[in-house]
Ligand binder design. Structure first.
Ligand code: 0O2
Length: 211
């Protein structure tokens, strides 16, 4: 990697690693208390240089404006079991004082034309570098497992077809998005049963571990 990129991306890498620990820590705290965690799992990545350049070109972002204008160079994803958990997670993020929220985008009540659903929270996160504090933008995407399944598949197809889907694929993706939405709805309706079963299962597991 070119020296210039290495320096530029260093605070983003640091932020992703730190935030992975912090957001996974939230899940661990729920688990410790034996209550349903609104967070199922957390992932994070730094956008590859090729994608940064691609996006900058598409969105007409000058390369010296990346820091200010590209909000997802550092990206975290928080996956939830149920749609209602998403709001719980957003509220937990709003209460934190280790970063400030600069923007929220609700693609759940306002799904994208592609069928994409997710809740995006853009934060300003301070990274402690050896030469001082650096504030960078980080995008946190919060979504259900079903939304994540759809987005992951659509993302790889998008890559394959460079965004120009054949009509039949486009229609199938729309139907799959609808199916993912219905799956979320059905799961929400039996949420109580699912959570009871999960609690009973982890109690059983705990007894086993203590034997
Ligand atoms: P990657 O490969 O995920 O890093 P824009 O990208 O122009 O739509 P903007 O203003 O950058 O929008 O921000 P937005 O809408 O919050 O979207 C940024 C990210 O959200 C995308 O990053 C995707 O991760 C995700 N996303 C948005 N729309 C879609 C979609 O229709 N399908 C899928 N699968 N994901 C989507 P990138 O830059 O695409 O890249």
């Amino acid at each position: 990697m070119e020296r210039h990129w290495e320096f530029f991306l260093a605070p983003y890498k640091q932020a992703v690693e730190e935030l992975k620990v912090k957001l996974k820590g939230m899940r661990a705290q729920f688990e410790m208390q034996g209550i349903h965690s609104p967070i199922e799992f957390v992932t994070g990545r730094v956008k590859p240089i090729a994608s940064i350049l691609d996006k900058a070109q598409k969105k007409n972002i000058p390369l010296d404006q990346l820091e200010q204008q590209m909000q997802d160079i550092a990206g975290l994803r928080m996956m939830c079991q149920f749609v209602d958990d998403i709001q719980t997670v957003v509220e937990l993020l709003r209460k934190r004082n280790d970063f400030t929220i600069v923007e929220e985008r609700d693609y759940i009540t306002q799904k994208k034309e592609s069928g994409y659903r997710s809740y995006h929270v853009v934060i300003r996160y301070p990274v402690q570098m050896i030469y001082g504090e650096k504030n960078i933008l980080v995008e946190i995407q919060i979504r259900t497992l079903a939304m994540n399944f759809w987005a992951t598949i659509e993302h790889s197809l998008n890559y394959k077809y460079s965004g120009k889907f054949p009509e039949d694929i486009r229609q199938r993706l729309q139907r799959a998005a609808e199916a993912a939405y219905l799956l979320d709805e059905e799961m929400s309706k039996i949420r109580f049963e699912i959570q009871e079963a999960q609690a009973a299962f982890s109690r059983k597991q705990e007894v086993k571990d203590n034997e």
